[in-house]
Every structure is written in C-alpha cells, then in structure tokens.
Design a protein around this ligand. Structure first.
Ligand code: DOR
Ligand code: ZN
Length: 436
C-alpha cells in the first residue's frame, strides 16, 4: 500500500526521454516508477496521459513577510507556488525587517513551518556590517548582495565592503548586479521624465554590465562561488561567454526572456522591474545563452506589488512583477512550440537549481528521491487570468497570454498540495537542506 499513486502519466526522465506509466510515493519519497504498478494506494490520481515533471525549484522569489504582508506572505506566496508547479522556493532577504541575522532568519523559518504549502529556503542579506552573521547563520541558500539599490534598503556598493564580503568566507554569493553610481548619475539626467520606459534608460545595460564585471572580478580574486542573478543584457552574456570560471553560475528570469521595452506601451509601470526589461536583441541573447549553457538556471523573481502601487506615477511606482505561478507554463509553452527540449527545461528549472544550490534529493524523478512533483497539461491551452491567480497581487504581466502546461496537480513531499485548481489546506512543506 502506497500513500499516493499517479497512474497513466507520461513521466519525465532526467535525460528528457519519457516513460508512460505509474509513479508511487511513500514516506514522502518516490517509491517506484514503472510501466504499471499494481499496488493500491491511499490516493490514486489518473493522469490520463498528462506530463509528470519534477516539482520546479524557484531560485528567486520575494514573499514580503515580514513587513509587507498586504502584498504577499509566505502562506499566499507558497500557494501561488504550488498552483504554478513550484514545490520549493528560495526567498530573498529584502523584507522589513530584512533577513540579515539569525533572529530574522529564524522568524521566517518559523512562519514558513506554520504556513508554507511548499518547501522553503532563504537567503541571508549582506550589509556593510554583518560579515560574521552572513557566514554563520543557517540554514541559508547563500548570501544575497544588492550591489545596486532596489526594493528595500539592502545595499553594498563600496569596494572595501564588497572586498571584505568576497574575501571573508566560502558560502556562495548571489548578486543583484546593477551599478549604483551610474544609476544615480543617470537618474539626474532623466529627472524630468515620468514615462515608464525611462526606467530602462536610467538603469541601462551598462549599469548591469559594470556591476557584473565587478562581481566577477571579486569572485575570481577569491575563487568565491558566485551566482549572478537575473542576467538581462547581451553585454553580460558576451562577458560570461569569454570568461566564466567553473564556480560562477548565472540565472535568468522569464520577464527578461519574454518581455522587452516594447511592453511598456501595454503594461506601463507594471513592467517596471530591476534590472529593467531590455531590448528584443537582449531577449534573443538570453535565449541563446540558456541554450548553450552560459546561463545555468531559471528563477521567477516573483516580486508582487499591488496594482494601486503600480499605478503611481513613475518614479514613485515600485519595481517588480509577480511570476511564481506563470514561469512553468511560459516555459512549457516555449517547449511545446519546439524551442527547447524537456531535458533542457528540467535542467533549467528543476535539476539545475538543485545542483547549483546543493539541495540534495530533489529536481529529478528518481526512485528514492523526494516526491516533489507536478502533473501538467501540455495539450490544453488556457489564458492567464488575473482573477485565477493565487498571488495576493492578483495580476500578471502575461494576462491574456494563452499558455499550455498549467499544473493539474502539485505534490510536495508525497502530499497533494494543489489539485485541479484548488489548494489542499493543511499540506506543509519542509525547510530545504543545503549541503556543502
Ligand atoms: O524589480 C525588483 N523587485 N527587483 C528587485 O531587485 C527587488 C524586487 C522587489 O523586491 O520588489
Ligand atoms: Zn529579485
């Protein structure tokens, strides 16, 4: 007797081939994968030929708790994750108060244990003065460094502070790479503009390139593991194509793949984010870089703000867009259009994140591994509808886009967390482990 049996699924293997068959779960693990499993289970799901994937590991979300729970909290954010096929997330430290010491981390861990429908991990934020804490507190996915300011007050942009952080430990450093000095200067240059599109001119490609170059130089000097988050420009890609040590990894987010400056006309400040959306040629360079491994993995950078906030006149409008529940359908739509393979998609969204953040036992459908799964329908297309979203923000830059690959079921540690449009109350994820 298994706890959960999923029958008649098209089961994704790590190499991108598939098996038509059944998958059984027991004690939170994948107990068996086979062409036919004739053992009963407490709950059986007939997949009717739907595609069974490893649950997505979203490497980049902002769930706003504590401090801005009206935008999102760990409960609502994790439900949105489950609805989007995301079974584990890594959450950023720019909350209020920020996550910069053991106490603020413990608060999130405790809240997450009480309320999160999926598995959770957190970054510790670097400040100019918390070097001891960032290297000591646990468990963390890594140290987040905002080299340019964004939502919240976290910022480390001085050479001597960055040098101390890169020199003073071994943990991986994840950077938001935008050059603070250049941004400041350009803000003055465009001070009279109020249109959303100016955002991409102020925080231009060179802002990102300069900071990425700097982070790369620090990382090389100290052989320090570095994740460059939300790569957005073709210039950064060209840099990494020439010079990317083995200990450096790069992330991309759907907003920079699927949106560009033309979308300001349609979305206005809703499209405002940091780093900003770029030109179509940057979209193309990012897709190419994903394809040939210059970019290693994908996160959503789910950064919810209310529509009322987004309607404020620029620059009073906040930066960031929701995304945790649309990233998998967006990528599956891309895949079914023949533009990437199932192996690539799994590597970018499941096994790659697990490997690069050293999360054991997740990211692939293998016997004995954690039963974090999502069963998706890649045959039917359905538009993104704001009112159906689980994020408190209740809007998406992709509203109206017809996507395939919406999750039918999402399973977290062998428990059904999301089933046919509904969250199952009471399912709780677990803290992620990060091994060295
Ligand atoms: O657009 C952004 N929004 N970029 C960030 O770096 C932070 C995020 C947020 O927290 O709102
Ligand atoms: Zn972010």
């Amino acid at each position: 007797m298994y706890s959960l049996l999923i029958r008649n699924a098209v089961i994704a293997r790590p190499d991108g081939t598939t098996l038509e068959g059944d998958l059984a779960c027991e004690h939170g693990l994948i107990a068996r994968i086979d062409a036919a499993i004739d053992v009963s289970a407490e709950e059986t799901i007939d997949a009717q030929g739907a595609l069974l994937l490893p649950g997505v590991i979203d490497t980049h979300v902002h769930f706003r708790e504590p401090g801005k729970e009206y935008k999102e909290d760990l409960a609502s954010g994790s439900r949105a994750a489950a609805a989007g096929g995301v079974t584990s997330f890594l959450e950023m430290p720019n909350t209020e108060p920020p996550t910069i010491d053991q106490a603020s981390l413990d608060f999130k861990l405790a809240r997450a244990a009480e309320t999160c429908a999926v598995n959770y991990g957190f970054f510790i934020g670097a400040t100019p003065t918390n070097l001891d804490a960032v290297n000591r507190v646990a468990p963390v996915a890594g140290i987040k460094v905002f080299m340019g300011c964004s939502t919240g007050g976290l910022l480390v942009d001085k050479d001597e502070d960055l040098e101390r952080i890169f020199a003073g430990g071994e943990r991986l450093i994840a950077v938001h790479a935008e050059d603070e000095t250049r941004m400041h200067a350009r803000r003055r240059l465009f001070a009279d503009r109020r249109d959303s599109a100016v955002h991409s001119e102020i925080r231009d490609n060179l802002c990102a390139l300069r900071a990425t170059e700097r982070a790369l130089a620090f990382s090389k000097r100290h052989r320090r593991p570095l994740h460059i988050l939300h790569l957005s420009t073709h210039e950064e890609i060209e840099l990494l194509r020439r010079d990317k040590p083995a200990w450096v990894k790069a992330e991309v987010i759907p907003h920079h793949l699927f949106l560009n400056v033309k979308d300001y006309e349609r979305l206005g400040n809703r499209a405002q984010m940091n780093p900003p959306i770029r030109a179509p040629e940057d979209n193309a360079a990012l897709w190419q870089a994903l394809q040939d491994g210059v970019i290693d993995f994908l996160g959503s950078d789910h950064a919810p703000h209310t529509l009322a906030e987004k309607r404020l006149e620029y620059p009073n409008s906040p930066s960031g867009m929701p995304g945790v529940e649309t990233s998998l359908p967006l990528m599956l739509t891309h895949m079914t259009a023949g533009k990437c393979t199932l192996a690539e998609l799994q590597r970018w969204m499941c096994s790659g994140p697990a490997e690069h953040y050293r999360i054991p036992n997740k990211g692939s459908l293998l016997e004995g591994w954690d039963a974090d799964l999502t069963l998706v329908d890649i045959r039917a297309s359905k538009p993104v509808r704001n009112e159906e979203l689980f994020t408190k923000a209740k809007w998406s830059p992709y509203e109206g886009w017809k996507l395939v690959g919406w999750p039918l079921y999402t399973v977290v540690g062998g428990q059904v967390a999301f089933a046919r449009g509904q969250i199952r109350d009471g399912v709780r994820g677990r803290p992620l482990a990060f091994v060295n």
